[in-house]
Design a protein around this ligand. Sequence first.
Ligand SMILES: Cc1cc2nc3c(=O)[nH]c(=O)nc-3n(C[C@H](O)[C@H](O)[C@H](O)COP(=O)(O)OP(=O)(O)OC[C@H]3O[C@@H](n4cnc5c(N)ncnc54)[C@H](O)[C@@H]3O)c2cc1C
Length: 457
Amino acid sequence: MVLNLNTLQQRVTGKVITPDHPDYHTARKAWNLTTDQYPALILIPETVDDVIAGVNYAHETGLGIAVQSTGHGIQIEANDALLILTEHLNAVSVDPTTRTAQVGAGVRWGAVVEASAPYGLAPLLGSAPHVGVVGYSLGGGIGWLARKYGLAADSVRWIEIVTPDGILRRASETENRELFWGLRGGGGNFGVVTALAFDLYPVAILFGGNLTYPGELVSETLHFYRDWVKPLPDEMTSSLQVVKLPDLPFIPEALRGQTQVILRAAYAGNPDDGAKLIQAWLDWHTPIQNQFKELPFTDIGTVSNDPVAPSAGYGSSETLDELSDEVIELITRQMTDSSSPLMVTELRHGGGAIARIPGDANAIGNRTATFFMQMAGLAPTPDRYEAVKQGIHDYKNALRSYVRGGVYLNFMKGEESAARIEDAYTPEAYQRLLALKRQVDPDNRFRFSYQLVRRAS
Ligand SMILES: Cc1cc2nc3c(=O)[nH]c(=O)nc-3n(C[C@H](O)[C@H](O)[C@H](O)COP(=O)(O)OP(=O)(O)OC[C@H]3O[C@@H](n4cnc5c(N)ncnc54)[C@H](O)[C@@H]3O)c2cc1C
């Protein structure tokens, strides 16, 4: 069929943006500024019926379909596809009786935190409240309550989705069960999620924050962290981040090339107990900055202080069973080497409820890892992007004999999503996902998420 770009606009109440529309170059952007995509057309639906019309239109015209909420986690650019931007599907409701929240596809975590707080309830968001609920939950979702309550995906109650055949379905433990299993880990491979419901937890306050040590303590801090996490109760979820500020013009000159180590943690229990666990750090070495305190859950974003403004970055992940002396040595060398283009290596402590939930509860793999390791660099120019990619490649090669061989879906990007997709799942889960994909999306219309089906190219 010949593509008539105006046909879709006649079928929807939302906005259709064609390449010659003045809004096209704004609408094709994503939060991660390395994304440079050129969709055939862009749909901003106002209703579920608009989503259905978009999916049917793509079917008729043979277009692939990419879905984007905030653009924090683009896997594959939506070139020549129908890009559906879910930002106007932004309803949030909280039911304090069942302790659940229900959200539209475009909702960000911050809105759920605000809506839940009046009832003393909290969702399982991650480090940044401006990340979208749907993309985050479909890829796992490790947040500051993860060791106590598990991954966000584990708390999803139901998902409404327009599948590639244009039908709105509900997937849950009682309806479309296989789809429900596969959506939680299979990402955007099975259709356009239009709404999602999930459990909330009674957490009104936390003891949380971060503290910073200077670069000369990188190795010692990693050793201390390794021992500190071992006896921690599930209430404490933490990460250790080694940051090296890049030698780039927009970084203040005095800070360029400086390395720092940041402990970030949240204790979801009696704040006095949390404070005692953090005191071990203060007794060990006085930090250059200490921002731990009792927090209302609404201040959860201050534990990480992740950048809110769009930025250009490239990252990857590994998982570890243990933080061996050799790994500590490699991290230290990498993050204090002034020629390395990497900006951050972060170790998120796993275990607790993340590891206790049965491995086949949903498609998410690697849940028994002790540490989820993330490495990333700023990539404001194409040259820098290539340098960061190469730097991460070399870093991972050096780490190869010490890692588990698994990747964490939410920290996987672009090419890696094709090259290492099987490392994100158990072999059984991967085969099960492939079978589900063949059944639900035989034409691979939803091919811009994790690359379950490798493209012939
Ligand atoms: C600053 C920052 C902090 C982060 N912190 C954490 C963290 O603490 N823990 C963690 O686990 N992850 C974290 N992440 C990773 C984040 O969870 C992923 O990038 C996630 O994919 C973002 O989801 P999104 O909806 O905001 O992004 P988008 O880019 O809009 O969506 C990501 C992908 O999800 C799929 N998708 C989104 N909406 C739909 C839909 N309605 N239907 C079908 N598919 C859909 C699509 O495949 C899309 O490509 C962080 C990322 C950033 C940039």
